[in-house]
Design a protein around this ligand. Structure first.
Ligand SMILES: N[C@@H]1O[C@H](COP(=O)(O)O)[C@@H](O)[C@H]1O
Length: 194
């Protein structure tokens, strides 16, 4: 089975996923794709991720290529990718790609959807909103991707307590622990179900 990893930023989740499958028979990371030429994920991929043994081509694309051509969808189809994994990818996935990979695109959101999701709700903004709302807990949501931000069917959620004194940074740290602990395993379960 083949995975393609999409990331726009640091790529810590992409690295955890690549490392998780580094020694797994029958599962490989065939492509790393980013919309950001300065994304930290590029260096991680070039180093072979955490294990230094997962070497996948890195593709950097721009907005016209993603939204006005079919190049990315065709590349993924030509590589016979089984599952597309969004790991901190910030752009909305075009309908053509969603239709080409039905129930084969997953995303992780750093909050307990349906709360604190949607356009503009990403990265630190989410944790600031959770703290500002005085939420007693936060967490992660892993979901299938459809044509709307953060609205696809939920696959898995895990939560963590938020103390009244927690800062957005502290919430971000707690949530990242959940992301790294659960996303690789849930990706493996979705892959096994395909
Ligand atoms: N969608 C969100 O974007 C962030 C990406 O972090 P990283 O994987 O680039 O470190 C994570 O918090 C993820 O939930």
């Amino acid at each position: 089975k083949k995975i393609a990893l999409f990331a726009s930023g640091s790529g810590s989740n992409a690295e955890k996923i690549a490392d998780y499958f580094a020694d797994q028979e029958g599962v490989s990371v065939s492509l790393v794709l980013t919309n950001n030429p300065k994304a930290g994920v590029i260096d991680r991929a070039r180093r072979g991720f955490g294990t230094g043994r997962v070497h996948a081509p890195v593709v950097v694309f721009d907005r016209p290529t993603f939204y006005q051509t079919n190049q990315i969808t065709e590349l993924l189809q030509n590589q016979a990718v089984d599952l597309i994994v969004l790991a901190g990818f910030m752009w909305l996935v075009p309908g053509s790609l969603v239709q080409a990979f039905p129930n084969r695109i997953v995303n992780i959101h750093p909050a307990l959807l349906p709360k604190f999701g949607g356009k503009g709700m990403y990265g630190h903004f989410v944790h600031e909103a959770v703290v500002a709302a005085g939420e007693p807990e936060s967490g992660i949501t892993i979901h299938f991707v459809n044509e709307h931000y953060d609205e696809g069917a939920v696959i898995y959620q895990a939560s963590c307590p938020v103390a009244p004194t927690d800062t957005p940074d502290e919430v971000a740290r707690k949530v990242q622990v959940l992301e790294h602990a659960h996303y690789p395993r849930v990706v493996a379960e979705v892959l096994a179900s395909l």
